[in-house]
Design a protein around this ligand. Structure first.
Ligand SMILES: [Fe+2]
Length: 274
């Protein structure tokens, strides 16, 4: 269990040999899924030993996780849009957020998850799978790699992602609940479709798709136009998920304001204001 190559089931997912027929077939399969369903889950991506190690690491780091806001708007990454709107407008509506996050700077380079994230062949594979020329790891000292921790009753609010493609690894599903729920392409660049967004916030299940992700699954998801959430966790076993931040441009960092909100006031002491 030395290098990140050993963490991955390369017999099933030959990400180190993408020019081979099987490598090409894998990429084609992921792209087809992304195009048809906006999501692609690769179950068993992590080998069992690596998965067990990452779960143990997440458990050990869990006391460092910061709770952040208890509710948030679907458009939480863009704070300055919600001015002078009626209180039932989706831009100002908030749904519960009960999760804690371990920031990148608190995840030691000795951990398997840090090593996997910083392994160049992973970014090369994710770029091909995403259909872009190159993907770069986020340069944000706090946001680049996160471990999200949900205790019993934990959940994530309905939201859109700032990024076009979101890449996660589900390390440990809960005993029950904690399903990933999404509404494919509920909005587009041309149309915010606030009526349908409002209906989902009001509890409509008509267009909601629910997935229970498996432990060790790598998940690619187009979350910028597809509203999504994590349903409440049931049972005592924590849900652990890792978010692997990538961008199509190098050197990208998130907002300091967002990092202070999501990782705590300590961020203000570490990161000087610009
Ligand atoms: Fe998201």
């Amino acid at each position: 269990m030395g290098t990140p190559a050993d963490f991955i089931d390369l017999a099933r997912y030959p990400i180190d040999d993408l020019q081979s027929p099987r490598g090409r077939a894998l990429i084609a399969d992921i792209k087809r899924n992304m195009a048809e369903r906006v999501i692609c889950s690769l179950p068993g991506f992590l080998r069992p030993e690596a998965l067990a190690r990452m779960v143990a690491e997440a458990e050990a780091l869990e006391p460092l996780a910061y709770r952040g806001p208890a509710e948030a708007s679907p458009y939480f990454y863009n704070y300055r849009t919600a001015v002078d709107l009626p209180s039932d407008h989706p831009r100002v509506r908030k749904t519960p957020r009960r999760l804690r996050q371990i920031a990148y700077d608190l995840i030691p380079p000795t951990t398997a998850i840090w090593q996997l994230y910083n392994w160049d062949p992973l970014a090369a594979f994710l770029a091909q799978a995403s259909g872009v020329e190159r993907l770069y790891r986020s340069a944000d000292p706090f946001q680049a790699l996160n471990i999200s921790v949900m205790d019993e009753d934990g959940c994530q609010q309905w939201h859109f992602d700032a990024n076009e493609i979101n890449i996660t690894l589900l390390l440990q599903p809960p005993e029950a609940g904690g399903e990933f729920e999404y509404v494919p392409l509920i909005r587009s660049t041309e149309n915010e479709n606030f009526d349908d967004v409002k209906a989902v916030l009001d509890g409509s299940r008509e267009r909601v798709i629910q997935l229970q992700l498996e432990a060790g699954a790598l998940v690619l998801f187009k979350g910028h136009h597809s509203m999504h959430r994590v349903a409440p966790v049931r049972g005592a076993r924590r849900r652990f998920q890792t978010i692997l931040g990538h961008n199509t441009r190098p050197g990208m960092v998130g907002s300091r304001e967002s990092s202070i909100l999501h990782y705590g006031p300590r961020v203000a002491l570490i990161a000087p204001s610009q």
